[in-house]
Ligand binder design. Structure first.
Ligand code: DX5
Ligand code: ZN
Length: 228
């Protein structure tokens, strides 16, 4: 896989043309499809479920699908999304009664587990879990909606998690991706990369732009300039 992954969030796509929108974003050199699942319970919004994930697979989407579960309870939907073709499945620790069990379930079902940390979730959520994860998803907005402003304190959090992942790196054979989700734009993606992120969710910045390839190229250029 590439060093830096761009993950367009379908939340800001035109849902009436979802298959074409996802193909267009991937053709524009995106790496991963970020798939936001909201239940009007854990977060105050309602989006899409496993049927839509499966429909994207049947439509020929073979890129990794990064399912971000903003739902409570978590475990039953893990089964459904694994069967629907998810690659990564992330969940919020506050939404699961047994975080370690949910991580194990995702892994056992053949998917790559991720833990999603809200802006106010302390890093202790990674104690005893980090070495079992393939992904840490740092929310840089409060979950529930696209188009919100990036919360600057997320940068410190990203740096702190980067240090923990790197410290583990010497002993861990697996890669652990550090993803930032919320308010990511071409203008701030460089400093987010410099803080240590290597996977970037962008919903409105990509799907509300009028030229997906240009926007994604600008993001990649700004990352490259920042980490040089
Ligand atoms: C918010 C979602 C995000 C959202 C990001 O709860 O998790 O993935 O789509 O949207 P933007 O990039 O517009 O902030
Ligand atoms: Zn998300």
């Amino acid at each position: 896989m590439r060093d830096y992954l761009i993950a367009p969030s379908i939340l800001s796509a035109d849902f009436a043309r979802l298959g074409e929108e996802v193909k267009a974003a991937l053709d524009a050199d995106a790496d991963v499809v970020h798939f936001d699942v909201m239940d009007n319970h854990y977060v105050p919004n309602l989006t899409v479920g496993p049927l839509v994930c499966e429909a994207l697979r049947k439509h020929g989407i073979d890129a990794p699908i990064d399912v971000h579960l903003m739902v409570r309870p978590v475990d039953r939907l893990v089964h459904d999304f694994a069967a629907a073709g998810a690659t990564f499945i992330s969940f919020h620790p506050e939404a699961s009664e047994h975080v370690d069990r949910t991580i194990g379930l995702i892994r056992d079902l053949g998917c790559r587990p991720g833990l999603a940390l809200n802006p106010a979730t302390p890093l202790e959520a990674l104690d005893y879990t980090l070495d079992k994860l393939d992904l840490v998803l740092v929310m840089s907005v409060n979950p529930g909606f696209g188009g919100q402003a990036f919360i600057d304190s997320s940068l410190q959090k990203v740096s702190a998690i980067r240090a923990r992942i790197d410290a583990l790196g010497a002993t861990s054979a697996r890669e652990i991706r550090l993803e930032v989700d919320g308010g990511v734009k071409p203008a701030n993606i460089g400093e987010i990369a410099r803080a240590g992120a290597d996977m970037f969710v962008a919903g409105s910045a990509i799907f509300h732009s009028d030229d997906y390839p240009r926007t994604i190229a600008e993001m990649r250029n700004n990352i490259a300039a920042a980490v040089r």
